[in-house]
Design a protein around this ligand. Sequence first.
Ligand code: 13P
Ligand code: SF4
Length: 395
Amino acid sequence: MTTNPALERLGVTASPLAMLLLGRDADPGSERGVECPGDLPPAADPDLARRAAAAKAALGDDVFILGHHYQRDDVIAFADVTGDSFKLAQQAAARPAASAIVFCGVHFMAESADILTADHQRVILPDLAAGCSMADMATAEQVEQAWDDILDAGVATGTVPVSYMNSSAAIKAFTGRHGGTICTSSNAERALDWAFGERGGQRVIFLPDQHLGRNTAIDKLGMSEADCVVYDPRRPGGGLSRAQLRDARMILWRGHCSVHGRFTRECVDEVRERVPGVQVLVHPECRREVVSAADLVGSTEYIIKVVDEAPPGSSFAVGTELNLVQRLANRHPDKTIVFLDRTVCFCSTMNRIDMPHLVWALEALARGETVNRITVDPEVATYSRKALDQMLTLP
Ligand code: 13P
Ligand code: SF4
């Protein structure tokens, strides 16, 4: 075990695994990584912040940098806007003047930005290895197979796809083709209300995060566990009978976030004993047992708002990605902010975006070159856009 005072303040123990999760010393073969085709500056270069600032200044309004809340502090310092997935999608769509959008986030976010921006705008993901393990849990072929199973059960007409933003463009296109909507953790309730209300659905197939789907259906729409079934893409027929598909109100895809999946009911019980008066504040990607034991549940933007607005002396145990929790703790020394788990829990792919990659991407743009551009196939983009536009017009 190594000791790290900043992590210890959050109640976290650093282990050698923590370094692997950060992507350092990791086996590159275990990531779906892509070698950078250029010369990255060394991570130890003390000049990285100055170089990023100089390249950004040279580019002026031509570049717009978006930063998700899970990004590292040194990277987030260069973001023109920070936000949750929903806010970043809105912001990407609202900047037609910038010819280059540098997305400090993960692949599905950059794809969505490409879909929502004009053709002349280039969306750049500084490290192409910044994927999302949850998004990878639903492939287009698997989802088409699931739809065939729903057709076979005779219930496709009343079934509305609602797909989490954390999905590939191909899944978003599937959603658009079948008259569904995209949602994020900040509007999942409104998306389900729309699907069962205005859209007239009798059931929803919710992709790919079973936990967000289940937590929203139960806590916000008043459904029960019995209304939900889990479709496992690795089993014939999803492991469900026709009757189960027919009777379900929520067909939940068997996918999850590997970061939020680490939090358990025991973590909640343990922190309540350890920190008297603590409020447990978690992301809805956490498992049902965690969300039902928590005091407050919401998207990253919501988590930040709750902590920012709490009076001095408040205590929170936060169940979300560690970069964000550390940033909140540093910003609020007058509040007690601990991490819900006792061990380190970074999102390894979010952490792929680091200063060497950011400097590399910005300096290339300043020289008139584009690296790591994310482009979505036009037909896929057309149907994905339909589903994304539906989300952006949710009441
Ligand atoms: P939000 O920022 O929308 O809450 O999403 C969290 C997340 O996991 C993004 O990958
Ligand atoms: Fe994907 Fe989870 Fe990382 Fe978000 S935190 S990018 S859902 S793996």
